[in-house]
Design a binder for this molecule. Sequence first.
Ligand code: M6R
Length: 366
Amino acid sequence: EKGGYEHFMLKEIHEQPKAVRETMSARVAKDHSAIIMEELKWNKEYLDSFQKIFVVACGTAYNAALVGKYYIEKLVRIPVEVDIASEFRYRSPIIDDRTLTIVVSQSGETSDTLAALKESKRLGAKTLAITNVVGSSIAREADQVIYTWAGPEIAVASTKAYTTQLITMFMLAMYMAGIKGTVTPERTKELLTQLHQIPAQISETLEDVEPIKTFAKEYGFNEDVFFIGRSLDYAVALEGSLKLKEISYIHAEAYAAGELKHGTLALIIEGVPVIALATQKNVYEKTLSNIKEVKARDAVVIGIASANDSELEKYVDHVIKVPETDELLIPILTVVPLQLLAYYAAITRQCDVDKPRNLAKSVTVE
Ligand code: M6R
């Protein structure tokens, strides 16, 4: 059942090219000119009626929602607020019939997410679920559903659900942009052509595991690990740190790189591993100065960069490169080495990878 892999998590990490391909198939026009969402059939009038979008979720799905906010705001120019489901329900969110609430849930059974969905509906919002389980409670409750076609995810640590959620968020934003006319046809073609290459590029990323295994062995017994990045890299840093703490029990924190100076830099001392993501052009130089700040405190820095980057390696101890793609899509690639790092760190520490202590696959209690 594990298909020759030692753990479900490793199997599911390796299933990502297929999961992403299946989630995309039938939704990307053959000539890469548009995204087709048969399940939505939205029009401009419907979209124009939304003044605000909420994206609500828990855990990894919340981390995917943060990327979704970036996509929708950048490509569609509608304000998006992301919230943790267990917070959202208790803070009297400002919702009416000009609100769209998107909930994201792999299982479709997370009780806080389901409750947030019901609360949104009660207040008059239109609702959309992004879920991996057909006929799940969240799928049944929402007005509309987009399924991720990741296939069953067994390991407690979410991997292929996350990458398919990112792909879905991206396709949704592009679909909305197509209706609103906020992205030019040329740019659309460029982005969708790059999107088409993502599954093969994930496979490429999966081939290069040896350096990751080495890092995991080297740093697997450290007490603390920090992840830093800006913009989309920060969202991926959050997911990388969640993966690491969840299955390897290493204390991991993700920080927006620019926030370090506001407190966390005090924790950066000699030998502390810092994973620094630096893939976003408009904040690249800023991230580089943050990397120099941690290097000046003798942290050990592992940089995550795009294949065309020849700068980062001058400032960090090791670099892991992912294939070149548009910087909007690169989170789908940069998360892969972070998943592998968490996996091999857990192996180094002899943790129960698929069933980490205290955690359940689906949180159906509050
Ligand atoms: O099934 P859901 O996507 O609603 O689950 C949400 C979280 O419980 C889940 O992502 C959790 O954080 C994972 N164990 C993370 O790997």
